[in-house]
Ligand binder design. Structure first.
Ligand code: NAD
Length: 485
């Protein structure tokens, strides 16, 4: 394990220091970005299907080391091992996707209004990409960006969360192995810069990086978005969520309870897509909520490396105090709280395990409209679907959403332009646990970015519109006459 650096890394499992790594200073960041610029000159000319071969090899490394990397994710983030392994599987999946994509970077052909002319679109590599990632998906979010960026012809400079540098360093090792087997990929294709927001800001402000893909809190996005815009860079922002589920009278409550449980307490409520607001029809409230409380009562909380544990620790003390402050505000705003206490304080005085909390609210108060990054689920009641959708959309964030209903009209209305205003809208599954095939991201304060599948790759390329004249004339567009003499 790394030692001797000035940044201490603690495991949330027991709060123990597990390694020390070195911060990158400003000069080191500059140097790494410089190396990425150089790598770009070479990598952009490598045919895309050949670039895909490097990602195929990365996928192979990830398959070989899935167990070890999954365990490290658990050790560094505190998510349960099943989820640590799932995160690595997500990396493998996006590598497979990117390999296929490397032969599908299609542009359009367009009919011209001029005789003997043809138009088309060409997609070119954009340049080195800055990737800033959050602690809760320390490696999957990097891979969503990096696998696409590499096949699109772009080097990557990665600033991982200062809370999770070890998993990032492990990924650079695996990537280096893939580079080795590949043979002639340029140095500087991937660099990791270690540090906090000041290192992030050095990446954000560097105009040699035409795209900054930043994942984290809305607070971070509010700084990063304007700074990148100031230098006319592009930003892809994947920020906080405040995700809801509507449970309608016709819902299958058996699977609804399971979906609520996974979405609200999985990853100890520390997913951007975690379920935070449950909007329940008044006719089923007294059936659903006692069942849910009973299910909450039987959740296994504990060491995330132990088989059978469903809820591990919060990332750190800050995460814990954030949850306790939110619970205080809930009570002040008239909410009724079940759960939410700290547990295992004797066994793990330096770690922060909590009972997931349910807060029954009379209305969508200020605290309900705020993302608290912890297992805290608000419950609201509704009477008709229009009211439920208004509550659903009445928050600043717009990431993930879902409805449980067996009524086809309700489901379609929820998915329509008058329904959920989120980037992700699901029926009869929870809001969390996306697959890589779809575009991932959200609206409003979630930032508007899209990553991963579908056509998200276009963010990592620049589009050129080409017009080709194969005639012997020079007709002008819009029929303009411009005759000389
Ligand atoms: P955070 O905002 O504290 O940090 C995220 C990253 O941004 C870190 O690498 C951090 O060092 C960096 N950073 C912070 N301030 C910066 C600045 N001024 N300039 C440049 N970089 C800066 O978030 P976190 O606590 O690590 O993660 C939790 C948050 O991330 C939650 O709000 C969650 O919803 C969100 N998140 C969103 C998505 C998504 O895809 N929408 C995915 C994961 C997490």
């Amino acid at each position: 394990m790394a030692s001797g650096g000035d940044l201490a890394v603690h495991s949330p499992i027991d709060g123990r220091e597990i390694a020390r790594v070195r911060h990158d200073d400003a000069a080191a960041v500059q140097k790494k970005i410089g190396a990425a610029v150089k790598a770009f000159q070479v990598w952009r000319d490598v045919p895309a299907p050949r670039r895909g071969e490097l990602i195929r090899l990365l996928g192979q490394e990830l398959r070989t080391h899935k167990e070890a990397l999954g365990r490290l994710v658990t050790l560094e983030t505190g998510k349960i091992l099943q989820e640590g392994l799932g995160e690595v599987q997500e990396m493998i999946d996006i590598c497979d996707f990117a390999v296929g994509l490397s032969r599908q970077l299609y542009g359009l052909t367009i009919v011209s209004e001029r005789p003997g002319h043809r138009m088309m679109e060409t997609w070119h590599p954009l340049g080195p990409i800055g990737v800033i990632s959050a602690f809760n998906f320390p490696v999957a979010v990097w891979s969503w960006n990096a696998a696409l960026a590499f096949v699109c012809g772009d080097p990557v400079v990665w600033k991982p969360s200062e809370k999770t540098p070890l998993t990032a360093l492990a990924c650079t090792r695996l990537f280096a192995r893939a580079m080795n087997v590949f043979g002639d990929a340029p140095d500087g294709l991937l660099s990791v810069v270690i540090g906090g927001h000041e290192v992030g800001e050095a990446v954000v402000d560097d105009s040699r990086l035409p795209l900054i893909s930043a994942t984290g809190s809305c607070r971070m996005g509010q700084v990063v978005g304007p700074r990148v815009a100031q230098r006319f860079g592009r930003s892809l922002l994947e920020l906080g969520g405040n995700n809801a589920m509507i449970v309608a009278p016709s819902a299958d409550l058996e699977i609804a309870v399971r979906a609520i449980l996974f979405s609200a307490v999985g990853t100890a409520g520390q997913r951007c897509t975690s379920l935070r607001r449950l909007i329940v029809h008044r006719d089923i409230y007294d059936d659903l909520i006692p069942r849910l409380k009973a299910a909450y009562g039987s959740i296994a909380i504990g060491d995330p490396l132990v088989d059978g544990t469903l809820v591990g620790p919060l990332i750190d003390e800050r995460g814990f105090t954030g949850m306790q402050k939110a619970l205080e505000q809930v009570r002040a705003e008239g909410g009724a709280v079940t759960g939410g206490c700290r547990v295992f304080e004797d066994k793990f005085p330096e770690a922060f395990y909590v009972q997931p909390a349910i807060a029954e609210m009379d209305g969508q108060t200020d605290i309900v409209r705020t993302e608290t990054f912890a297992p805290l689920l608000y419950v609201l009641v509704y009477g008709d679907l229009a009211e439920a959708i208004a509550l659903h959309n009445g928050v600043p964030q717009g990431l993930a959403s879902s409805i449980f209903t067996n009524d086809m009209r309700e489901a379609e209305r929820f998915l329509s332009s008058a329904g959920s205003d989120c980037g992700i809208a699901n029926v009869n599954i929870g809001p969390s646990g996306a697959e890589i095939g779809g575009a991932f991201g959200g609206e409003k304060e979630t930032g508007g970015g899209r990553e991963s599948g579908s056509d998200a790759w276009k963010a990592y390329m620049r589009r050129a519109t080409n017009t080709i004249n194969y005639s012997n004339e020079l007709p002008l567009a819009q029929g303009i006459s411009f005759n000389v003499g």
